[in-house]
Write a protein that binds this ligand. Sequence first.
Ligand code: BGC
Length: 852
Amino acid sequence: MKISNLQVNGLSQPIGYHFDHLTFSWDLIGQPEEQLVKQQVLVSEDLEFNKIIKTAETTSSQNILSFNCAFLKPRTRYYWKVITNLKKGIVEKVSHFESGKLKEPWEANWISYKDKAIDSVIFTKSFTVTKEIKNARLYCCGFGLYEASLNDVKITNEVLLPGYHSYDLLNQYQTFDVTEQLREENKLSFLTGNGWYKGRFVFEGGYENIYGDRQKIIAELIIDYKDGTSSTIVTDNSWTVETSFVKENSIYDGEVLDYQSDTECLTLFEIQGEKELLAERSNPPILKQKVMRPEKAFFDQDEKIILDFGQIITGWVEGVVASNQPIRLRFSELMQEGRFYRDNLRTAKQELIVFLSEKERYIRPHFTFYGFRYVEVTGLSMEQAVELKAYAIYSEMEELFQFESSNKKLNQLVQNIQWSQRDNFLDIPTDCPQRDERMGWTGDVNVFANTSCYNMNTRSFYNNYLRNLALEQEKLSGSVPFFVPYPKIVPHENINPFLISAGAAVWGDVATVLPFQLFRHYKDKGLLKNNIGIMKSWVNYLYERDIKNGSKRLWDFDRQLGDWLALDTEDPNNPVGATDPNLIASIFYYRSTSYLAKCLSILKEEKAGHYQQLANEIRQAILNEYYENNRLQLNPLTQTALSLLLRTELYPSQEAKNNLQKSLVGLLEANDNFLNTGFVGTPEITHALVENERSDLAYTLLLNEECPSWLYEVNQGATTIWERWNSISPNGKINGADMNSLNHYAYGAVQDFIIEKVLGLSHLEESSRIFSMKLKPYFDRRLDWVKGGFKTANGQISISWRWQSESMIELKVQIPHNTQLIYSVSDQETRILKSGVTTLEVQKKDDSRSNL
Ligand code: BGC
């Protein structure tokens, strides 16, 4: 038995992170015969564990324990140990984490400059260290974005610090261990840029200086010496500030680097105060995660060099270049008729311009990122251009899920979804990473939450998103904005309504769906406790609005986005689809309230019953309004409406359910068995069909290859998920440039169908003593075989199935120790599959339509 992957709140050995709960988790890998008795976590300030500060134990094999964190002291290293007692013997493993400054006041002040605002400045301080160092920590933050160096070497491999959060409500600072980097003579410097803080950002042309108009930094370098003394270097008016070689930089537009320009000294300005918002960071590091060489390089119709990296990624390119003329790199997702195409970026310039002063130099961007597959190169020869490398940049998250099947196109689809997740999980979950938008749209997160938690360990990533959401929500008295962070733009004529409104169905419901899904996946009670307030505030907000609007227990009084981008209306310019927006809203009012009740009962909070009662009332009101009063008949029945009603079991009788099923099948048949759902219906429809005995139709939708379908995109050469079903027309032409990203994960929500229904593996809503998942695959003759795996805290679960004959399937399962699968033999019967390898012969029922 081996313990590994020790994490605190989903992070390995975090230093200076924000801990509002402390959840320790670990992997325990071993053999089935090694039986677990109990597991214990000890916390101490010393590595020998002489004085134990906290301890707790569990008999569960979830390998997770949450603690209250009130005991934390500032700037302290804590050691923690897992002790696993087995029937025969004990194994243990130690790790550590370190607190930040917590409530300790900052000695340092923010420093900025008085001169006219420019795009990038460098703050510097030189100092001498004469004694032997024991430990040194740098506590720092810089806005817009910063890169800190000690003695001209970057102090971290993290990029785009301090990330993007609600800067007006919270200033997340970082902590770095710089013990090894200090010398006798030292130079500490901060190169700063605009970023989301002061650069052009937010759709529709963008706004500048959203959070501030000048770069500023704050830093405390605390050095502990071996003789027991310590000293602190702080940002104050003894620092210098000067112009930098980064002449222009912007999230949307890219960067201009001028190595020919001289630096000019600026006038430093020490800011008094403004330190109340400083708090420990919670975002996982943003890193350069994958490197790629161009797959192809060619000249386009305009005789320009084009590099094709073969995959749409988010990131940038780097490399050694030599040129006596300006170098320009432009980034795009698509080629059109042999030409470099960029219109769907809208106003985002996405470029890198470099003026070299010397013959040769290694170049890279600093304060931007690009969504791209193709790079157009000017100012370099083809030989030089092909040496450039692309880096995919996204937040650190362990990948958990693998999938393969006999259908190569389906495999490509899963790859595309996983890429859209990587590409859009850069500090916040963005809608898209390329055009002048790149915002944390809440509705997109809602529909993709389940899939994304299967794909990667998103605990700390979403914890950070929800921390920002909670702050924004507090300002909105319980309501939830369309995007988080929520930049506050001063209202003006023709302002986009999204910037001055909040609280729509599905988008706002991320406040309940995301915490609910996080618990379902990671069983982290500390995290759930932390987020239960967000869930409650949202439901209370809806309830109060319900009361003000006549206490109908229906949500039929707000402007809604409906089934965003559905294809079921005649009007191609109507983005909200044909489904009754009030029906969607009322169903989500019901879903949110039910999820809250469930989570409260998991936490054993007494209010659970109260919210369950409210959920029952909403359910009853929906049944009355839509069935008794026949509202359903008055509405155009849509694939989305029917799928949602079926999935949330909102029907008064078996007969009504049968009617919904029949109507859904009828609608599909009338549409040649193609879907026409938008953001809301798409994650539901395949599940709804399977759960209602039409897995054959669900598979048809999954495997359709013409537009609109997932594999249509694959056939068109997609390497990520598109924003629209018809983003690219069958003739290969892009279908409009205005709102047409080729890298939008929302429709990738179908992956949870592939995981839960095709492979058949799902998480349970509650935690259990033995780590358990549900196994219920739906077989279909159109796939010869399927195999997949999922990394758990006890090791890998692997599932595969393969048709042996026209009516027999071999189902093979490999289950790690202390884990079990609850296998549905039929609707009435379940069987527990235990650790080890199990092979089952499954007889396919003759009457099943899935035997196509
Ligand atoms: C975004 C979306 C978002 C939608 C909401 C779009 O511009 O890209 O994904 O959810 O607006 O209206």
